[in-house]
Design a protein around this ligand. Sequence first.
Ligand code: DX5
Ligand code: ZN
Length: 216
Amino acid sequence: MPLIAPSILAADFANLQADVSMINSSDADWIHVDVMDGVFVPNISFGMPVIKAIKNHAQKPLDVHLMIVQPERYLQAFKEAGADILTVHLEASTHLHRTIQEIKALGMQAGVAINPHTSISLLKDIAADIDLICLMSVNPGFGGQKFIENTYTKTMELAALLKATNSRAKIEIDGGVNQANAPKLITAGADVLVAGNFVFTAPKPKEVIQQLKSLT
Ligand code: DX5
Ligand code: ZN
């Protein structure tokens, strides 16, 4: 069974507590939290005060996805805000290995995200050190974009790399995930599915989460 991480980016920001409660009482495993700085990606989302507010109501781990430059400057601050899993972009951190060690030393699980154009092969020397690899299946920056089909191939390549490097990292797919592509992603080797618009635009979000969760 895949882990399901609804993305709070697609929630109602004027009533976050209601959407966090919905996730709490659903079959979801994590709450995916997208942080954008307007530099690494062409959009700004929210920062620590909002994450703290979410954490106050969350009964599931916060899976925080940093789409920011120089993420190493803020690791402690995101820990204090309530991150359980902290994911940084390979393209955004010059000393990625050091960043990973620092995330782990702060007591969080460490993830690395890669953009659609970034080759799986670049993860070879870091794969064994991380808990999560987030494959972007859209260009990061916005919810509600169209899923990039090449993600299936990348997922299979990554699954092979993880095996070859004895890595136990989970494969997370982020962007444009829906009922049509989710089964194929799971077959290709995905462990975690992030879903924003597909969950939050549905009339019955909890049922959508349950459907994703029950896919094999
Ligand atoms: C995109 C974000 C995603 C986004 C997913 O930059 O990283 O997590 O919230 O939203 P959907 O599922 O709507 O593509
Ligand atoms: Zn994300």
